[in-house]
Design a binder for this molecule. Structure first.
Ligand code: NAD
Length: 489
């Protein structure tokens, strides 16, 4: 079945080609085939998108008319609902995402959750009064007013592109901002699709939402961080690029919101169901391990280490992967050859540093095409080694033995990252007590899911700044103004 997507960008209310007419190829990572072309923006295109977003914020009624925002965003929601089955194969084709994941977090759940963010327009206390205050002999009333920040540059990665695009643009727009979305070069259709629906189905004023695609992300992405007309950058991606964005934004003191990398630990306690945990361990391979919050380190108690390792070996050997259009597969290819080679490089380094490779570690010989890596299990991993410290972003689990609960907490916290994690054991109070000692923004205890439209999500340490989702996530897109007024007589 041939799948195609929208090749034009959305700038100032119009679906447009790049000014130069340039395009670049969108490649299916499972087949390595070119599935279509997309506009390849350069500086003049980004400049036009930023000025239209600026004008829309300053001159349209988007920032000040909540009814218009609710109407426009509900029209978009309705259009997404109507067009789900057009989008689904596009996501599978350009991301290499297992189709089963599009029925959950890759697509359906974020469309379902969109109304929660729209409803925040009614949930937020946009204005409230503080008590009368006496200062310099004068009694004053004070009103606190919440306002949108202005122009938001949204920069997103390729692993869950559609979900992450919506996670940024819906709260940013609902809060009254205008947005320039710059998606990752590998996954442009997950953004241009939204641009097309905004243009064709909604009353969202021209310039309020713009999409700029480019094969040269550093140039046009950097323009967003540097430009004084942009007030905020909302970024999801690697910690390395996040640091560059923060440094670039410093010159114009931009608000910077960062969702970055992770190296999360699953602490398996000595009274845990090890068979169930082995199944969880293999889940690291879901979507080829290309998830920021996946628990890529498993901490096993020394007292049950051999038993746990045997069960993990069986789980990895039985894991089914391959063609992402096959609903039986929860692992497809990695996004591109560069990423595959990067992951294989980490595997070689792991072996060189002395970890024991138990399963996988290679390109699977059964696939002639596609950027696949075998489900890979390393055991006896040194907690200070590269395998245990770096975000690999591939289907690789590192198993680390520990002696005591304190030891497990110390190893789990021995990371520059602090995004997520898990604790599993029979005794809920013990597991919960350990979870409270882990320095991460989210954590799952005994299989409990922390994810939801109203759950704040984000990182401690070098995993990020700020929170996405929930009221805290919505408030990232607001400024606070305090107005002093004479106290009433
Ligand atoms: P990346 O950092 O390479 O790129 C992310 C985005 O930044 C892309 O759109 C890219 O084109 C753009 N970009 C690259 N250089 C830029 C520059 N100099 N200026 C402005 N923009 C620039 O990340 P990636 O490889 O696309 O995605 C994988 C990373 O994303 C992983 O580290 C993963 O952990 C992280 N991630 C984090 C979360 C989270 O919520 N914490 C979610 C998903 C992915």
């Amino acid at each position: 079945m041939s799948v195609t997507g929208e090749h034009r960008m959305l700038i100032d209310g119009e679906l447009v080609e790049a000014e130069s007419g340039a395009t670049y190829a969108n490649v299916n990572p499972a087949t390595e085939e070119v599935i279509g072309q997309v506009a390849d923006a350069a500086a003049p295109d980004m400049d036009r998108a930023i000025s239209s977003a600026r004008r829309a914020f300053d001159e349209s009624e988007w920032a000040t008319n909540p009814e218009l925002r609710i109407r426009g965003l509900r029209q978009l929601h309705e259009a997404l609902n109507k067009e789900r089955e057009t989008l689904r194969p596009q996501i599978v084709a350009e991301v290499g995402a297992p189709i089963m994941l599009t029925y959950a977090v890759q697509m359906d759940s974020c469309i379902d959750d969109m109304e929660w963010d729209i409803e925040c327009i009614n949930r937020i206390e946009w204005e409230y009064d503080l008590p009368i205050h006496e200062f310099f002999g004068m009694r004053s009333a004070r009103r606190v007013v919440r306002e949108p920040i202005g122009v938001v540059g949204a920069i997103t990665p390729w692993n869950f592109p559609f979900m992450l695009n919506l996670s940024k643009i819906v709260p940013a727009l609902a809060a009254g901002n205008s947005v320039v979305l710059k998606p990752a070069p590998d996954t442009p259709w997950s953004a241009t699709f939204i641009g097309k629906l905004v243009a064709e189905y909604t009353d969202i004023p021209s310039g309020v939402f713009n999409v700029v695609t480019s094969g040269d992300p550093a140039t046009v992405g950097q323009m967003l961080t540097d430009d004084p007309r942009v007030d905020m950058i909302s970024f999801t991606g690697s910690t390395a690029v996040g640091k560059r964005i923060m440094a670039g934004g410093a010159e114009t003191l931009k608000r910077v919101f960062l969702e970055l990398g992770g190296k999360s630990a699953n602490i398996v306690l000595d009274d845990a169901d090890l068979a169930a945990q082995a199944g969880m361990g293999a889940m690291v391979c879901m979507h080829g391990g290309q998830g920021c919050a996946i628990t890529t380190r498993m901490l096993l108690p020394r007292s049950r280490y051999d038993e746990g390792v045997e069960l993990l070996k069986a789980a990895f050997e039985g894991w089914s992967y391959g063609d992402p259009t096959d609903p039986a597969n929860m692992q497809g290819p990695l996004i591109n050859a560069r990423q595959r080679d990067r992951v294989l490089g980490y595997i070689e380094q792991g072996k060189a540093e002395g970890a024991r490779l138990l399963v996988g570690g290679n390109r699977p010989p059964q696939f002639e095409k596609g950027y696949y890596v075998e489900p890979t299990l390393f055991v006896d991993v040194d907690p200070d080694s590269t395998l245990a410290q770096e975000e690999i972003f591939g289907p690789v689990l590192s198993v680390i033995p520990y002696e005591t609960d304190d030891d497990a907490v110390r190893i789990a916290n021995n990371s520059k990252y602090g995004l997520s994690g898990a604790v599993n054991g029979k005794d809920l109070d013990r597991a919960y007590g350990i979870a409270k000692r882990i320095r991460t923004g989210t954590i799952a205890v005994n299989g409990g899911q922390w994810f939801g439209p109203d759950s704040p999500f984000g990182g401690y340490k070098q995993s990020g700044l700020g929170r996405e989702h929930g009221i805290a996530g919505f408030e990232e897109y607001l400024e606070t103004k305090t107005i002093g007024l004479p106290a009433p007589e």
